[in-house]
Design a protein around this ligand. Structure first.
Ligand code: NAD
Length: 423
């Protein structure tokens, strides 16, 4: 078992640190956010992620996991240092590498002789070299180990991945990194660093393409009178296609797809390739936010000026508290621009968000609303009392942005119901 440092205690860093400690390693996890470190050291988990609190506490109790704000101190005795810092979208659409470069620059002089830096952040092709330059340590190897976990099932995905990708310049280093994951049963894909970095971006871009594709087919279904639910069953049962990510909705979002697709377009541009397919995927996604907002306008009678709209679900998907680039918030922005007052509810969100009025329960959000929009697929929304919802609303109309509810049931209860790609 190895001594590890994990820089960044966010969705990826914290999950990685807790899981690596669970696998038996000795892990020091750092973050610049002192409050976060304090909470984590007390066994409090700042993010909603199934099973993570238990693993953090297990790590603290066993003594294999600890938290600190001291990057330099943490890497001191570590044979492997994982970089899990943000790579947000920069002003020009390219990934902002300042967190990566800044942390590499800081830890460089303090890394043990011949240790390994493992980059888990999603970074443009060629970033392994950028990290090497920032470290200024010829004895330290830099390896790319992209992370594929999904928020909402991060712990499960880390411990049961479809594959582990390791991009290294030499095989011996790749084997050393692979040994850290010995107790995880998954195919190992060993590549050069540039290919590993490309695998991560290409995977996210492909998944975004699938979602945009099915949203475009859903628009077609509405135009020709077909039912997207039946189309998805028919398409998805073809094993060459598969049903994963063939779920129509309000568009894709979250902390990764928007920034990673845009970054990949820029990476291609910089390399002289016009990735027009991916540009189309992004454009279809923007249209989808508009399409959902337009449905609400239609159901409100043609205008949202001064109209109250209820919005259920704010997070970018269910089972997370992450609001970053949430499609639901994109739709809300468009509703507000059209003059609506938006009363929102989400099981994991409270306080002022983006000028919305966030209510503490789903019924209260419906008071006086002319339309109810469903923005996130929280399962609990299915089981609410729709007679009560109807009584609270000024007008019984639902835009089901996730096709979560049963249209026939809603229509029987007197609602005008519109989903995505349904007739
Ligand atoms: N969130 C996901 O689902 C996911 C999945 C796969 C890959 N990724 C990639 O992983 C990387 C991290 O994403 P995330 O969602 O975990 O981000 P995050 O914002 O949740 O966490 C990053 C953490 O790093 C901390 N940090 C910033 N600079 C630091 C420094 N110099 N030293 C120590 N800590 C520092 C921040 O305070 C923050 O807590 C990104 O490149 C992202 O694209 C994310």
């Amino acid at each position: 078992m190895a001594k590890l440092a994990v820089i960044g205690a966010g969705y990826v860093g914290l999950t990685s640190a807790a899981c690596l400690a669970h696998l038996g390693h000795d892990v020091r996890c750092t973050d610049v956010d002192a409050k976060r470190v304090e909470r984590l050291s007390a066994g409090e988990n700042p993010i909603v992620e199934e099973g993570l609190t238990e693993l953090v506490r297990e790590g603290l109790t066993s003594g294999r996991l600890s938290f600190t704000t001291d990057n330099v101190g943490a890497v001191g005795g570590a044979s492997f240092t994982f970089l899990c810092v943000p790579t947000p979208q920069g002003g020009d659409g390219r990934a902002d590498m300042s967190y990566i470069e800044g942390s590499a620059h800081e830890i460089g002089p303090h890394l043990p002789f011949e240790s390994v830096v493992v980059n888990k952040s999603t970074v443009p092709v060629g970033s392994t070299k950028v990290v090497e330059n920032a470290l200024r340590r010829s004895d330290v190897a830099v390896v790319s180990n992209p992370e594929f976990l999904r928020e909402g099932s991060a712990v499960h995905d880390f411990l049961n991945p479809d594959r582990i990708v390791i991009g290294a310049d030499d095989e011996a280093t790749a084997i050393k990194v692979a040994a850290l994951f010995l107790h995880i049963s998954a195919p190992l894909v060993v590549t050069d660093p540039a290919s590993a970095e490309t695998i991560k971006y290409a995977s996210n871009a492909f998944l975004a393409t699938k979602v945009s594709f099915i949203n475009a087919v859903a628009a077609l279904c509405e135009a020709v009178g077909a039912d997207i639910r039946q189309v998805v069953v028919g398409m998805g049962s073809d094993r060459r296609i598969g049903s994963d990510f063939l779920r129509p909705g309000p568009g894709w979002g979250g902390s990764c797809f928007p920034k990673d697709t845009t970054a990949l377009v820029r990476i291609a541009e910089d390399a002289g390739y016009d990735f027009s397919l991916l540009k189309g995927v992004i454009a279809v996604n923007e249209e989808q936010y508009e399409r959902v907002a337009a449905k609400a306008v239609r159901l409100a009678g043609g205008s949202l000026e001064g109209v109250t709209v209820a919005l259920w679900g704010l997070t970018f998907k269910a089972r997370t508290d992450d609001l970053r680039s949430s499609p639901s918030l994109e739709v809300a922005r468009r509703l507000r621009r059209a003059g609506a007052k938006v009363q929102a509810y989400d099981p994991t969100v409270s306080g002022q968000i983006d000028g919305l009025e966030v209510r503490h329960d789903p019924y209260s959000a419906c008071e006086g609303a002319r339309v109810l929009v469903i923005g996130t697929e929280w399962d609990a929304f299915r089981w609410l009392d729709f007679d009560k919802v109807g009584e609270l609303m000024a007008n019984k109309a639902v835009v089901d942005g996730r096709n979560l509810l049963e249209p026939a049931t809603l229509r029987r209860a007197g609602f005008v119901y519109e989903g995505i790609g349904l007739t």
